[in-house]
Every structure is written in structure tokens, then in C-alpha cells.
Design a protein around this ligand. Structure first.
Ligand SMILES: C[S@@+](CC[C@H](N)C(=O)[O-])C[C@H]1O[C@@H](n2cnc3c(N)ncnc32)[C@H](O)[C@@H]1O
Length: 431
């Protein structure tokens, strides 16, 4: 592809992303799948532009509004070019598959921005921090003086974290296996089973991944799995298992011994777990599609699990580094709807816990109403459960220095270099 064709493709893909309610990564992978002629280097270059525009959209739109220019995909890419120091020479808009050359108006826009910093002192915090304006009161209450640093860390691209599958390798062995494939990695600071890659790689081409030695999993998500304390021989339910990200980690902690049930309401997600479980050499997992809170199996299985992990559906506000488009689609109504769904799920999952067992409630959200407030509401309605403060469990379950004061696990990109995660460990004491 010529640079001109890459610019045109970035504009086109961004247009498609903005016109669809689906996540940007889904639209992007469909876009490239239906254009197999686009080689991997070009794909990377186009995606880089598109993701950078999504990450800096509030800033770009602020400038467009300030200069009285309509904000669309094309204008956003043009502004991004200027901020990247690319001069829109005529040959960038010529030749096969190129975008049409800038109009006079567009040239004026680009001239007005040339040499300017993308940040302006008059930009409000939500524009500088790239988060939805309506979340300002909540995030200010949550982070106070740290707001600017916290949101800045959520703007950056996330690293690629791997969890070592301890059924097949130690962390050192996985590190060496990757090194042999010329893939440098470093041990994660907080999780004892994580490796962080310096550069992104296509894992399908990596032998260590094909052999099941490693899986993609953010360090924060690894820590949630470790806090679940799934042990060999236990009965463990992964209540919102999805495609099995945490199920795999639980099975490894159980050394393949005991009973691990991976539930979810979405059959297509549970189906996706199958190949991952096989690759990882996991064979103590039963996958179960449940029919929501009224599912009969849940009723029948009441009181029979030592550990129940509830990795609840949530706003995903802790994963904005990976899904920068998601924040612009989030609405207040969605938050309210999720909060009520989470409470129903917690109440339902709690039935599965044995006396003496534990329920671990987790989200990849930073919002207190999905986290601490949910736990408090649950405890008020279920006096038979109590909180086990995370710092008291950490030494035995994780073994590194505990990164939080407790009682809950609350992680953020700025504070811990992980995605934003929350977890609470709730015990149902034996009577
Ligand atoms: C955060 S995701 C789970 C991610 C998964 N645990 C992992 O680590 O890869 C939340 C999951 O909850 C599921 N879910 C939504 N409503 C549910 C319900 N009422 N009962 C059980 N699972 C539900 C969704 O289908 C989704 O897979």
C-alpha cells in the first residue's frame, strides 16, 4: 500500500467503527478479513492510526469544535496527521486507492493546527484525560488529586501480559521458551505467574502459545484468579466464565484435580473456551450454559461449591487502554442496568457456596457503584457472608507484596500497571 492508500484505509475503517455499535476490534478484524490483499505491515500501520485517533478523540474533537469544523472520521485523521507532524503533501492524496485531496477548508484547518501542541490549557479534565464528560463527578470523587495521572495512564496502550500455564511450565521455563523464539519478556511485578512482552506479537505464530505454555491474560486478571484460592480437589464454580480466561487459571491452580464448572449465559462464549482448555491440557472442567438466575442446575447445586468466582458483566471501564472506543459508547443507563444485573447475579451465585466456602466478586470496572457499593449492598442483604480482607490472604495466595490496603483488591493502570480491576473475597462461615 502507498502511504496515500493507508490514509484512505484509516479513514474508511474509522468511519465503519463510528457507524457501528459493535466494538472497534471486531469491526477492524472484519475490515481486514474482507481485504486479504492488505499485508501485515500495512494492516499494522492502518490500525495504528485508527487506534491513535480513538485514543485521542476527545482532544481532536475539541480542536475541531474550536475551529468550527464538523467532526467526522476524515477530519479526525487529518487532524491526527498534523499532530503527528505529517505535512499533507499533494502526493499523500494521489494515486490508486488514495483519499481525495484536502479541500480548501481542510487545508485551512490543517494550517491552523500546524505546530500546535495537541493539548490546550483551556481543555477541561475530561478532554485532556479522554473520558466521557458525564463521568467527571464520579471519577473526581474516586481519585481526587490523582485524577489527571489516573486517567492519563488509562489513555496509554496496554502492554501484552501472558499468564504462564503452570500445568505445563514454570515461569522461567516459559520465559526461556519465548526467548528461544526471540520474544523478550519480563516477569510481572505483582503476579508470580505472569510475563510481560516488550513488543506485541501474533501469538498464533508462537510455538510456546500453540503448545499451551502461555495464555494472554492481564496481570490484574491473573491476580483475581489467584485470590479465588481454587485448590486441588475442591469444587469450584466460575459463574460468569465467558471464554474461559479465568477458568484456565483456576484449573492450573487446581492442578487439574477436583471439579471446576464454567458457567455462562452465552453459549457462543462458553464454546470459545473449548479450544483454549484443550491447548492448555486442562481436563477437570465442565462447561455449562445456564439459563440466567432461574436456572434449575443452580437450584440443584445449592451449597455444593467451595469457591464461586463471579467475574460479573460490567462497564469494562478498567479496560479502556485496550478498548478506547468503549468509553464513548457507555451511557448512564448502561451503568444502571449493569448494576442491577450484577446484584441479581451475586444473589444467585451465592446460593452455590458451601458453609465454609467463599464467593469472589470481581469486575474490570473502576466505578464504585459496580464494586464496593455492590459488595456492601450484598452484605446488607446476606448477613451470612462476611468480607475476608485481601491483605490477610495475599501472602499465602499470591506471595508478593500486597499492592492494596484492603479490604478489597482495587487495581488501576496508574497505581499498579494493570488494567482496572476490583475483587472482594466473601466467606460464608460454617455454622
Ligand atoms: C467479564 S465477562 C467474563 C470474562 C471471563 N470470566 C474471563 O476471564 O475471560 C462477564 C461474563 O458474564 C456473562 N454473563 C452475563 N450475564 C450473566 C448471567 N446472568 N449469568 C451468568 N453469566 C452472565 C457474559 O456472557 C460474560 O461472558
Amino acid at each position: 500500500m502507498t502511504p496515500a492508500a493507508r490514509i484512505a484505509a484509516a479513514m474508511e475503517l474509522l468511519d465503519e467503527i463510528q457507524a457501528s455499535p459493535k466494538p472497534a476490534d471486531q469491526i477492524s478484524s472484519l475490515y481486514f478479513k474482507s481485504r486479504r490483499y492488505i499485508g501485515s505491515k500495512d494492516r499494522r500501520a492502518v490500525a495504528e492510526t485508527v487506534w491513535r485517533v480513538l485514543r485521542t478523540k476527545a482532544r481532536i474533537d475539541w480542536w475541531l469544535e474550536a475551529l468550527d469544523f464538523p467532526a467526522d472520521a476524515r477530519a479526525r485523521v487529518l487532524v491526527d496527521m498534523i499532530f503527528q507532524g505529517i505535512t499533507p503533501e499533494p502526493d499523500l492524496f494521489q494515486g490508486a486507492h488514495s483519499a481525495r485531496p484536502p479541500s480548501q477548508e481542510e487545508r485551512r484547518l490543517m494550517e491552523a493546527l500546524r505546530g500546535k501542541s495537541p493539548f490546550h490549557h483551556a481543555m477541561p479534565a475530561w478532554v485532556k484525560g479522554e473520558f466521557p464528560e458525564w463521568l467527571t463527578p464520579r471519577l473526581t470523587a474516586l481519585w481526587g488529586e490523582r485524577l489527571a495521572q489516573e486517567v492519563a495512564a488509562m489513555r496509554d496502550e496496554a502492554p501484552l501480559d501472558l499468564r504462564v500455564n503452570t500445568l505445563k511450565a514454570t515461569r522461567d521455563e516459559a520465559h526461556i521458551a519465548l526467548k528461544k523464539e526471540r520474544i523478550p519478556s519480563t516477569p510481572t511485578d505483582i503476579s508470580p505467574i505472569g510475563l510481560r512482552l516488550a513488543n506485541r506479537v501474533a501469538l498464533v505464530q508462537v510455538q510456546a502459545w500453540r503448545d499451551g505454555l502461555i495464555e494472554v491474560q492481564d496481570e490484574g486478571s491473573q491476580l483475581v484468579a489467584l485470590l479465588t484460592d481454587a485448590q486441588p480437589g475442591m469444587a469450584v464454580a466460575d459463574y460468569c466464565a465467558g471464554a474461559g480466561g479465568k477458568t484456565l487459571a483456576l484449573a492450573a491452580a487446581m492442578q487439574n484435580k477436583g471439579r471446576l464448572v464454567a458457567c455462562d449465559v452465552a453459549e457462543w462464549r462458553v464454546d470459545k473456551a473449548q479450544a483454549r482448555l484443550r491447548r492448555a491440557g486442562v481436563h477437570n472442567v465442565t462447561r455449562r450454559v445456564i439459563d440466567g438466575e432461574s436456572d434449575k442446575w443452580i437450584k440443584r447445586s445449592a451449597g455444593s461449591f467451595d469457591r464461586v468466582l463471579v467475574d460479573a458483566p460490567c462497564t469494562g471501564t478498567g479496560t479502556w487502554r485496550r478498548n478506547p472506543d468503549a468509553k464513548w459508547q457507555l451511557t448512564e443507563e448502561t451503568v444502571l442496568e449493569l448494576v442491577s444485573r450484577q446484584q441479581a447475579i451475586l444473589t444467585s451465585a451465592a446460593r452455590l457456596v458451601k458453609p465454609g466456602g467463599r464467593m469472589i466478586y470481581a469486575t474490570c470496572s473502576i466505578l464504585p457503584e459496580e464494586n464496593e457499593e455492590q459488595v456492601e449492598k450484598f452484605l446488607a442483604a446476606h448477613p451470612d457472608f462476611r468480607v475476608l480482607p485481601v491483605p490477610g490472604l495475599w501472602g499465602d495466595l499470591v506471595g508478593t507484596a500486597c499492592p492494596v490496603p484492603g479490604p478489597y483488591l482495587r487495581l488501576s493502570p496508574y497505581g499498579h500497571g494493570t488494567d482496572g480491576f476490583f475483587a472482594a473475597v466473601l466467606e460464608k462461615p460454617s455454622v
